[in-house]
Design a protein around this ligand. Structure first.
Ligand SMILES: [Zn+2]
Length: 251
């Protein structure tokens, strides 16, 4: 009782105190989340974006990044605020959606996009790794965190046009243990999809270095270009979209 009074459990999206301590985000905010429902769609804006750069079997994002200030704050908290547990819980939530989709039924290995070791030491953790662990736990498959390394500590992507972003992340990943990835249907996981350049670079390194692998992509949030938002096929009417002016800060 005293613990509850001294340490109230607060929803990081809406700021309300709520009782269900096993959940990071309260039920109301889960219900109102700016979901994309891309996991149910074979052709969706994430797939169209990545197919320009990478041969993926399927791809999706869970929510729209720019649609809710509360969810933007949540992502900021687990990315920069030390709240790695949020990333794990959100991974489990995302994992439940993937598990319901027949499109992802064949996935048998989850791999997070790695951070450069310097950055991981600085931050203390890789938020995409915790998210990948949450997804893998729900899917009942292994999470492989040591097969791919980020070998270049590339500068920030902030405010760079796509071609520059692409050049900036070229050859920054290396597969150091291809045998751990081969003969698998791999779900590559990252927290936020912006231009897609980083995840495409990581995916290319995996496909170029391994045999008999298929690649799926899942990012928790996506900051899509305005024209691609207009083409999306399924949205919730009560989730108004905004232009994603803050997306670059999240890279
Ligand atoms: Zn809430």
């Amino acid at each position: 009782m005293f613990t509850r009074l001294l340490f109230p459990h607060m929803c990081p999206v809406c700021g309300r105190v709520f009782e269900e301590r096993r959940l990071v985000v309260c039920r109301q905010c889960r219900h109102k989340a700016p979901r994309t429902y891309f996991a149910k769609q074979v052709a969706n804006p994430v797939v169209r974006l990545l197919w320009r750069e990478l041969h993926i079997t399927h791809g999706c994002s869970f929510i729209y990044f720019g649609a809710s200030e509360g969810y933007r704050n949540l992502i900021h908290d687990f990315k920069y605020g030390g709240m790695w547990r949020y990333a794990y819980d959100l991974g489990r939530w995302f994992g439940k959606e993937l598990k319901k989709s027949a499109i992802y039924a064949d996935v048998d290995l989850v791999v997070p996009v790695p951070l450069h070791p310097f950055k991981q030491i600085q931050r203390g953790y890789n938020q995409s790794e915790y998210m990948a662990l949450g997804i893998a736990d729900v899917l009942g498959v292994k999470c492989e965190v040591r097969a791919v390394r980020r070998v270049k500590h590339n500068p920030s992507q902030t405010s760079k046009p796509f071609e520059e972003r692409k050049a900036n992340v070229e050859n920054i990943f290396r597969v150091v243990r291809p045998e751990r990835l081969e003969h698998h249907k791999i779900l590559l996981v990252d927290d936020v999809l912006t231009s897609g350049a980083t995840i495409a670079s990581c995916g290319r390194a995996i496909l170029d270095s391994t045999q008999d692998t298929q690649l799926y992509v899942a990012t928790f949030a996506c900051a899509l270009e305005q024209e691609e938002e207009k083409t999306k096929t399924k949205t919730k009417e009560n989730n108004p979209r905004k232009t994603h002016t803050k997306e670059d800060k999240m890279v």
